[in-house]
Design a protein around this ligand. Structure first.
Ligand code: PEP
Ligand code: MN
Length: 353
């Protein structure tokens, strides 16, 4: 039976960003175990840091601490691995759950070496999304593992490098883990709200959002003394805060057996199917006029892009969106997409020999 097989209850993986001392990890783990609900205790031992000079983790010295926690407190422990040497050292300390971090997964050479070193070692492996929103890189990491018969795996969504200014440390881009799940429906998707948030005040909202989207669990950074943590100090919760978080969240199931609910859902979905069909027909209808205008512009040697017209379209449709209670940003993006496609079609018509 796989450790990461899909199950009824959510996974709660919790523990400090870094293992700093025996007391720090043991006390954190002890308090977490007391509040129950924790499936795995995590701590980073080798810390990949963007710049040299920051705390790089205690390294192999911390492995006996983690192994001791597993034995003494009867809770599985997990550590980040970035190199084959780390895998070997974990094996020596009988630690068999590990995760691969956002920086390592971004490098296919590192990923391949790790996958090769994990072959046949009986590890349960979690893979974080790469820092850049490249879904193929994330999927590729799992393909490298699966090719080596490492199938006890889970994915961790930790958000993506924020290209726009944001109050969050990493942009969630929820559509990317959703697409990942479409491609790999049997791999549990766990959310790491700590690295998305970068600040503990956002963790509850992000966690609930993950459950609303039917994620399988959470990985949360928890420290016995967050203020003095050697890494990621602002985003770590106290063990008590973590317990409150778990209590406050509503876990949502992927489906329901209730026949009334199923029937109503079916009916409403049928209505949506019809509307989607009509929407596509309408779009095609619109594009036919776009093509006709393209022919006219060509005959009269008038440019494809008509800025004033585009400005008027945006203005009037956004005004309507506001009246109808549709999010302005959503409608703007939709119109921009349609306009882009219209320009592409007319450009093709203009340049047809
Ligand atoms: C971590 O989990 O402590 C970590 C380094 O995360 P990430 O790889 O997501 O940055
Ligand atoms: Mn961290």
């Amino acid at each position: 039976m796989n450790f990461f097989s899909i199950r009824e209850n959510p996974w709660f993986i919790a523990g400090p960003c870094s293992a700093e001392s025996y007391n720090q990890v043991f006390e954190t783990a002890k308090t977490l175990v007391q509040c129950g609900n924790v499936s795995v205790f995590r701590a980073g031992v080798w810390k990949p840091r963007s710049r040299p000079g920051s705390f790089q983790g205690r390294g192999a010295e911390a492995l006996p601490w983690m192994a001791h926690i597993e034995k003494q407190l009867h809770i599985p422990v997990a550590v980040e691995v970035a190199e084959p040497e780390h895998v070997e050292l974990l094996g020596k300390h009988s630690i068999h759950i590990a995760w691969i971090g956002a920086r390592t997964v971004s490098n296919p050479f590192s990923m391949q070496k790790l996958a090769d070193s994990l072959k046949g070692c009986g590890f349960s492996i979690m893979v974080k999304n790469p820092a850049y929103p490249d879904i193929d890189l994330w999927c590729g990491a799992f393909e490298r593992l699966l090719e080596n018969q490492i199938s006890d795996v889970a994915a961790i969504h930790r958000g993506f490098y924020p290209f726009e200014k944001s109050e969050l440390r990493n942009t969630p881009r929820w559509e990317i883990p959703i697409e990942f799940r479409r491609r790999f429906p049997d791999i549990p998707m766990i959310c790491d709200p700590s690295h998305i948030a970068g600040n503990k005040s956002f963790i509850t909202d992000i966690s609930q959002r993950a459950f609303d989207l039917n994620f399988a669990g959470l990985m949360v950074e928890v420290h016995i003394d967050p203020k003095n943590a050697l890494s990621d100090s602002k985003q770590q919760l106290l063990p008590e805060e973590f317990c409150q978080l778990v209590q406050s969240l509503i876990f949502r199931k992927g489906s329901s057996e209730n026949p009334e609910f199923t029937q109503q859902l079916e009916d409403l979905r049928e209505k949506i199917d019809v509307i989607d069909f009509q929407m596509l027909e309408l779009l095609m209808h619109r594009m036919r006029y776009v093509d006709e205008i393209g022919e006219f512009k060509k005959q009269n040697n008038v440019s494809v892009l008509q800025l004033r017209r585009w400005g008027r379209i945006l203005e009037s449709r956004l005004e309507q969106a506001r009246r109808e209670g549709l999010a302005e940003d959503f409608i703007r993006q939709l119109l921009e997409l349609i306009h882009k496609e219209s320009i592409a079609r007319q450009t093709k018509i203009m340049n047809k020999k």
